[in-house]
Design a binder for this molecule. Structure first.
Ligand code: PEP
Ligand code: MN
Length: 332
């Protein structure tokens, strides 16, 4: 359950009530928010008058539930806002991995040419094999930092594990938590303590409940800026890399107040399907898209098969605004 206590009651009292209920206590502008798995029956009588609002849930979707906050939460990413009543669908693009200065310069130029603001590239890659390219690490983060400085781009990059989370937090504007890292408590708890948006990808074997519970780790720790990303789950099919769970997206849109971004690139795993899938994703009326694009996909050091080349990306981009308009959205 979630309880509100007005600021006038004082932090000490809010903390006492929090202790009695084994609750997380978050300080907001004019109230304390207590989140607990206890029931109202466990609230000592003497504190009843301190509670200004109460919300009871039947599962652990609490802060992220539309029963708690009806409207989608607003999250600012650079100078763009998604969620709320903005109707914005943020197009996030870039290569799977940052590979070299010339590569990331070319990616940045493509985004600038199209008026896009948000560059994504991985520096710590969670590869399936230890023998594959693992990312440039800190050197890659420094290249991304240069792209922010030189081109004014907003930088999204991922943390593979908690060992380098501080560096990723320092160098990026938005922290991506990848599918394989979704359960990493070290990453989630570190992300809960910062004032930067977190792009949380769904583990490919995770249920919607588990996905949202991971988001709750970040929210209940005090960071309200969480964006969910559906990137495909593992089903029995082997011809495509994963299965993009659009039914799950509908579930989340109905029940969950966090903005949702769709990643068709990792779901499909092949460049040929990405344009159609991206348009289908826009038609879902989501808050953003994550598309992998590379200057020379064949030479990409990770996820080569699924990355669009620049010409295909330009063509795809040109087709999106009409689809977005049809569902009352704007590509930004
Ligand atoms: C990625 O975004 O490049 C990536 C590794 O994706 P995921 O974590 O969804 O597999
Ligand atoms: Mn990738």
């Amino acid at each position: 359950m979630i309880l509100h206590i007005e600021k006038t009651k004082g932090l000490e009292r809010a903390q006492k009530i929090g202790d009695a209920l084994k609750a997380f206590v978050i300080e907001e502008q004019d109230r304390y928010v207590l989140i607990s798995s206890s029931s109202l029956k466990e609230l000592p009588k003497e504190y009843e008058e301190d509670i200004s609002a109460q919300f009871v849930f039947d599962n652990d979707m609490q802060l992220s539930s539309r029963k708690y906050q009806k409207q989608t939460r607003e999250v600012r990413i650079g100078d763009k806002v998604i969620g709320g009543s903005t109707g914005n669908t943020l197009l996030i693009a870039g290569p799977c991995s940052v590979e070299s200065e010339s590569q990331i310069q070319e990616s940045s130029s493509l985004l600038k040419e199209l008026g896009l603001s948000t560059l994504r590239g991985g520096c710590y890659k969670p590869r399936t094999s230890p023998y594959s390219f693992q990312g440039l690490g800190l050197e890659g983060l420094k290249l991304l930092q240069r792209m922010r400085k030189e081109h004014g781009l907003v930088i999204i990059t991922e943390a593979r594990d908690a060992s380098h989370i501080d560096k990723v937090i320092e160098y990026s504007d938005v922290i991506q938590v990848g599918a394989k890292a979704m359960y990493d408590q070290g990453i989630l708890r570190a992300c809960a303590k910062i004032n930067k948006p977190v792009l949380l990808k769904r583990g490919f074997g995770a249920t919607l409940q588990e996905f949202v519970q991971c988001a709750e780790f970040v929210l209940s720790g005090g960071n309200e800026q969480v964006v969910l990303c559906e990137r495909g789950i593992r089903a029995f099919e082997t011809k495509t890399r994963f299965t993009l769970d659009l039914c799950g997206v509908s579930y989340l849109k109905e029940h969950c107040n966090l903005p949702i971004i769709l990643d068709p690139s990792h779901a499909m795993g092949h460049a040929y399907g990405i344009p159609d899938l991206t348009r289908a994703c826009v038609a879902m009326g989501v808050d953003g898209l994550l598309i992998e694009v590379h200057p020379t996909p064949k030479q990409a050091k990770s996820d080569a098969a699924q990355q669009l080349d620049h010409a295909s990306f330009r063509e795809l981009y040109a087709s999106l605004s009409a689809v977005a308009a049809a569902v009352g959205r704007t590509i930004v």
